[in-house]
Ligand binder design. Structure first.
Ligand code: IPM
Ligand code: MG
Length: 353
C-alpha cells in the first residue's frame, strides 16, 4: 500500500514525540512492504510565529493531499496567559477539524496493567475498563453562533439532524464491532439540542437491534465513569460534553501519556495523542511517546492494516513489560528512559520481528 502522511508536530513536546511516531511508522511500513512518505507542515504556535496563522492554507493543502495526518500537540503558555491575544494556537486545531470535516473524534479509554496502581481510582473498579468515547467534533458550542461583549456574551449549542445522524451512525457501527452496548450521553432533561439527539437516537436504534442502547444524562455519566467505568462499551456525545468526559476518561487509566485518538469525517483523517503540548517538558526528552505511537496503530487499523496495527501494539506492550518506560510510568527504582530511547527500543523490537 502507498501511504502519504502529513506530519503536524506542532508545539511543546509535539516535535519530540512526532519523530518517534514517524520512526515507528517507517519501521512497520518497511517490514510489511508499504511505501510511505512524510510531509511536514506547520501548525499551532509554531505556525503563528512563522506565518501569523495557526493553521495556514499551505498546511491545509498538505493535509488534503495526504491519506492521513499524524498530529502531535499544539498550545503555548505565551497565549494562555494573554486573554487579549488575537490569534491562539487552539484556533488552529479547530480550523483543522472544521476544514477537514473531522466530525467524529474517537477516544478509546483503556487500562494497562502496569499503570493500574497510578489510577486515582480503586484498582478493583478500574481493572478491565475498556470503552470508547465518540465525541462529535465540528458542531455544538465550539462552532455555534457566539457573541463576546464586555458585559454580555453567549455561545450557542446548535445541532442539525444530519449532524446528529452521521455521528450516531459512527457510534452504532462502532458498537456493532465491539460489545454492542451504546450509551447516548446528553442533557435532554434541560437542553433542546439534547432532546434532538435523543429523538434521533431513538429513531435509529431499531436499525441496530443487536445493540443495547441506553440514554444517560451527562452529569450522571460523569459520575458513572468514576463509580463503574466497566459499565461502558461505546458512548457517544456532543462536542462540549465529549471534551469534558474524555479528560475524565483519560485519567481512569492512570496516565494521559498512553491514550491515542482518531478524528475522522469527510476528508483526511487525523491521528493524535489525547494529551496536550506539555510546554514545561519541551526539549527535556521526558515525554511519553506511547500515545503518539499508539496513534500510528490506530492509523494502520483505519486503513484495514490490522497486522501492522497489532505489531505496533505488541511492541508497545513489550516495551512496558521490559520496563523501558518514561519517568512518569516507571516503577519505583526502575531505570528511567527518555522519549527517544523508548522510541528507539520500539523500532528495534519491530525490526527484530
Ligand atoms: C481537546 C482539547 C481541545 C478541545 C482544545 C485544545 C481546543 O481540549 O482536543 O480535547 O477543547 O477540543
Ligand atoms: Mg479536551
Amino acid at each position: 500500500m502507498k501511504l502519504k502522511i502529513a506530519v503536524l508536530a506542532g508545539d511543546g513536546i509535539g516535535p519530540e514525540i512526532s519523530v518517534q511516531g514517524v520512526n515507528v511508522m517507517q519501521a512497520v511500513c518497511q517490514k510489511f512492504g508499504h511505501e510511505v512518505t512524510f510531509t511536514e507542515a506547520l501548525c499551532g504556535a509554531a505556525a503563528i510565529d512563522a506565518v501569523g496563522d495557526p493553521f495556514p492554507a499551505e498546511t491545509l493543502k498538505v493535509c488534503q493531499d495526504a491519506d492521513a495526518v499524524l498530529f502531535s500537540a499544539i498550545g503555548d503558555p505565551r497565549f494562555d496567559n494573554n486573554p487579549s491575544a488575537k490569534v491562539r494556537p487552539e484556533q488552529g486545531l479547530l480550523a483543522m477539524r472544521k476544514q477537514l470535516g473531522l466530525f467524529a473524534n474517537i477516544r478509546p479509554v483503556q487500562t494497562f496493567d502496569c499503570l493500574i496502581a497510578k489510577s486515582p481510582l480503586r484498582e478493583d473498579l478500574v481493572r478491565g475498563a475498556d470503552f470508547v468515547c465518540i465525541r462529535e467534533l465540528t458542531g455544538g458550542m465550539y462552532f455555534g453562533e457566539k457573541k463576546e461583549g464586555d458585559d454580555y456574551a453567549y455561545d450557542t449549542n446548535a445541532y442539525s439532524r444530519p449532524e446528529v445522524e452521521r455521528i450516531l451512525k459512527v457510534a452504532f457501527e462502532y458498537a456493532m464491532r465491539r460489545r454492542r452496548h451504546l450509551t447516548v450521553v446528553d442533557k435532554a432533561n434541560v437542553l433542546a439540542s439534547s432532546r434532538l439527539w435523543r429523538k434521533v437516537a431513538q429513531e435509529m436504534a431499531p436499525n441496530y437491534p443487536e445493540v443495547t442502547t441506553d440514554y444517560m444524562y451527562v452529569d450522571n455519566a460523569a459520575m458513572r465513569m468514576i463509580q463503574d467505568p466497566r459499565f461502558f462499551d461505546v458512548m457517544v456525545t456532543e462536542n462540549t460534553f465529549g471534551d469534558i468526559l474524555t479528560d475524565e476518561g483519560s485519567c481512569i487509566s492512570g496516565s494521559m501519556g498512553l491514550l491515542p485518538s482518531a478524528s475522522t469525517g469527510e476528508s483526511t483523517p487525523v491521528f493524535e495523542p489525547i494529551h496536550g503540548s506539555w510546554p514545561q517538558a519541551k526539549g527535556l526528552n521526558i515525554a511519553n511517546p506511547l500515545a503518539q505511537i499508539l496513534s500510528v496503530a490506530m492509523l494502520f487499523e483505519y486503513f484495514g492494516l490490522a497486522e501492522e496495527g497489532k505489531l505496533v501494539r505488541q511492541a508497545v506492550d513489550a516495551s512496558l513489560d521490559a520496563n523501558v518506560r518514561t519517568p512518569e510510568i516507571q516503577v519505583e527504582g526502575g531505570e528511567k528512559y527518555g522519549t527517544r530511547e523508548v522510541g528507539e527500543w520500539i523500532v528495534n523490537y519491530i525490526n527484530a520481528q
